[in-house]
Design a protein around this ligand. Sequence first.
Ligand code: UDP
Length: 259
Amino acid sequence: MSRRRMIYEGKAKILYEGPEPGTLIQYFKDDATAFNAQKKGTISGKGVLNNRISEHIFTLLGAIGIPTHFVRRLNMREQLIRQVEIVPIEVVVRNVAAGTLSQRLGIEEGTQLPRTIIEYYYKDDALGDPMIADEHIACFGWASQEEMNDIADMAIRINDFLCGLFAGIGIRLVDFKLEFGRLWENDYSRVILADEISPDGCRLWDMSSGEKLDKDRFRRDLGGEAEAYQEVARRLGLLKEGDANMVLDLDSHRKMRGK
Ligand code: UDP
């Protein structure tokens, strides 16, 4: 396992060379960062839960015709994915005002937006992922107009689907971030959903209590991060009652054995 070639190490995930050409292994870490990595920590068991949550969501999206990079789960922290060329744009979809939207525009957190907003950010840690407009994307050639049309269409469909999925388990989908990648087939490429969808990149609020079930617990020092991620997994049907600790114990046991 240690002899595998590492392709890239990000803040919450590591990519390794996959078993066959055109594939990669995506490994989910427990590391958490916020505010462009100025705040660092770990959320115990996060990687195990995000691996499962993202698999579940990508599989459901695949079933409604959204192409994704997910191939199959390999083990508790790893999934096999298709290798793509990441489009250097973070796509944020917002249904409710929160986070930077509230800060920049002075709109109270929790305000339902009269219509869904899609925002784009340029993926560049050194620049702090600045917000950009379609004009910048076209001007600097980060994606073609056709790719941006496909990305916006998929973002809206994903949002519609996820709003319903989470509403069904008593969770309000406030906002979330998506990343897309180009899949090359000979000289032709198409964009597919990449990265992950998990409480790391979504704001998920309990519908009755308003409790935050996402990375804001870490960003805002609210505590109970691991429990919040477990609660999302449990409501999605990925953990049975009382299963969470067992899953996390199994994982630490595995780590102790150096597997
Ligand atoms: N988000 C993310 N990665 C980023 C920036 C934002 O996953 O680098 C997600 C974040 O979790 C939230 C949504 O995108 O669900 C909107 O984030 P916002 O712009 O409010 O920024 P934040 O307050 O998270 O810095």
